[in-house]
Write a protein that binds this ligand. Structure first.
Ligand SMILES: NC(=O)c1ccc[n+]([C@@H]2O[C@H](COP(=O)([O-])OP(=O)(O)OC[C@H]3O[C@@H](n4cnc5c(N)ncnc54)[C@H](O)[C@@H]3O)[C@@H](O)[C@H]2O)c1
Length: 401
């Protein structure tokens, strides 16, 4: 069976690598450079080894492409394109729209279309289906389903195989075909009663994280003002065997999901006249953490950062990945620069970012740790400046939240 996967990023390439063990996969991406890299056997995604891509290409079960005509013969099309926010922080479905155009313009026989991109309830029914139909030259009737992606890039204990997968088709036939597809490479499939439930569940999962991270970030500020350790307090609370789940404070949330998905939920809620004040506030608390951290650093350094050399350690949004999307490090750096600090950053996993390169881990007046990759030596961090502020709780001996 031929399968097309639209979007070869974190989600699309990961799913392609699993699916290509069982199906003939065309990995479609609009970025020609990514396509060329993949076809020469180079993976750009953590968790998908280049050796896997080379093996699949050799076997003949995977090929990347940016030619619409290459997906013409597919029987299943999976959409895995970005769903970011617009500059005024509203859901941006433009990538989904362009993926739908590619499908509509190139596929003229009935196929199963599965959306894995995260979006608000109603996207499959009220946006994807009509957009594909509008762009199709004939009146072909496709099957439609949703199966929101839950992959956590860089994580090795949970993957496509052992993470339960939600799904629902617009019709029972679409649900059955979707189950047959994923059951080849996923152990547990959970069917829900409508695509809207699956879409909402995905948003709620990430909103749960956003809200709990905001709560612990607010609590970190309360604990500091009370003169107690937030980490010791959290560890103490975590001895309760039920009704508590431990989250840890940070400089804020990052990545393509946690800072974005709750806003999709809030937007659809407000459109339907339901309040989303809690979700909106959680987002604000997390965004405000960077300012709080810079204030604390400034207070500890005679109340001024003017002209001081500040080294930010870790600009990826989380440890052990090179992903800098929506990283809290950017806000921390902006606030430091607004205070007159001379800022450089160290992150050899990211290497280069925004036209700047990773600086050596040494010689600063102040070091602020935003993300600690496992490969970064704690002792070197501690030796990099006379004052270290650690937002991760992972550098013992440093000042911190
Ligand atoms: N990254 C995660 O951890 C994660 C986890 C679960 C769900 N998701 C969701 O999955 C979706 C994809 O996220 P991602 O992290 O894989 O994004 P990504 O940016 O890593 O990859 C998206 C890819 O799609 C390509 N693309 C964009 N528009 C296209 C088009 N019209 N046609 C073909 N290719 C196109 C881009 O070039 C890029 O390579 C999003 O909705 C996201 O919210 C992401």
């Amino acid at each position: 069976m031929k399968v097309a996967i639209i979007g070869q990023g974190y989600v699309g390439l990961t799913i392609s690598a699993f699916a290509a063990d069982y199906f003939d996969v065309s990995g479609f991406d609009s970025d020609q450079k990514i396509v060329e890299q993949l076809n020469s056997g180079i993976s750009h995604i953590e968790g998908v080894e280049s050796s896997t891509i080379i093996k699949l290409i050799k076997k003949g079960s995977y090929r990347a492409t940016s030619k619409g005509s290459d997906i013409r013969e597919c029987e299943i099309v999976v959409i895995a394109v970005p769903t970011p926010l617009t500059s005024d922080r509203k859901p941006d479905l433009s990538f989904i729209e362009s993926a739908c155009k590619t499908i509509g313009q190139n596929i003229s026989k009935p196929v199963l279309i599965i959306n894995e991109s995260t979006s608000f309830p109603g996207t499959l029914r009220n946006f994807i289906k009509p957009t594909i139909e509008k762009n199709s030259s004939n009146s072909v009737t496709h099957s439609y389903a949703i199966s929101p992606e839950r992959v956590d890039p860089g994580r090795s204990d949970f993957n496509q195989k052992n993470t339960p997968r939600l799904y629902s088709g617009l019709t029972p036939e679409a649900s059955e075909k979707t189950r047959n597809f994923y059951s080849r490479f996923c152990d547990e499939l959970v069917e829900v009663s409508s695509p809207e439930v699956a879409e909402a569940a995905k948003l709620f999962e990430n909103t749960f994280r956003q809200v709990n991270i905001a709560l612990v970030n607010e609590f970190a500020q309360i604990a500091h003002s009370l003169g107690i350790s937030v980490y010791e307090t959290l560890d103490a609370a975590n001895t309760k065997p039920y009704g508590f789940m431990k989250f840890t404070p940070s400089a804020g949330v990052g990545g393509h999901c946690i800072p974005v998905d709750p806003t999709y939920l809030a937007a659809v809620a407000e459109e339907h006249g339901a309040p989303a004040t809690f979700i909106r506030r959680a987002n604000e608390v997390n965004l405000e953490m960077s300012e709080y951290i810079v204030r604390r650093v400034s207070e500890d350094n005679d109340g001024s950062l003017q002209g001081k050399n500040v080294l930010v350690v870790g600009v990826a949004y989380k440890p052990n990945v090179a992903d800098v999307r929506e990283t809290a490090a950017e806000l921390v750096i902006n606030h430091l620069r607004n205070q007159g600090a001379v800022v450089s950053w160290h992150d050899e996993v990211v290497g280069s970012w925004k036209g700047e390169s990773s600086a050596p881990l040494q010689g600063a007046d102040i070091t602020v740790v935003v993300t600690k990759h496992d490969s970064v030596d704690e002792k070197k961090i501690l030796a990099s400046a006379p004052y270290i502020f650690d937002t991760t709780g992972r550098v013992k001996g440093a000042k911190g939240l």
